[in-house]
Design a protein around this ligand. Sequence first.
Ligand code: SF4
Length: 98
Amino acid sequence: MEQAAVDSEALEVWIDQDLCTGDGICAQYAPEVFELDIDGLAYVKGPDDELLQARGATTPVPLPLLTDVVDSARECPGDCIHVRRISDSVEIYGPDAE
Ligand code: SF4
């Protein structure tokens, strides 16, 4: 029961590279989750630390890093970091959050 509740709140994050300014704030706040690629834009990393180079790729947000990821979304000058609930894809933090 408790595990199900936790899972229903599990979050994932993705970046809209079309709006990324490449300033690297996210990679400073949460280098475990975000990294700039050679194209100068930020991408998310997978659980194995590999850079997911597909635009709009999603990765789970590890709970201990949630604050850093949320701070990144708040400070992102491009307003292009989206954090959403995995269970129903509702955006919780980011430009499309209610
Ligand atoms: S903080 Fe936003 S605009 Fe800046 S590099 Fe990260 S995703 Fe791009």
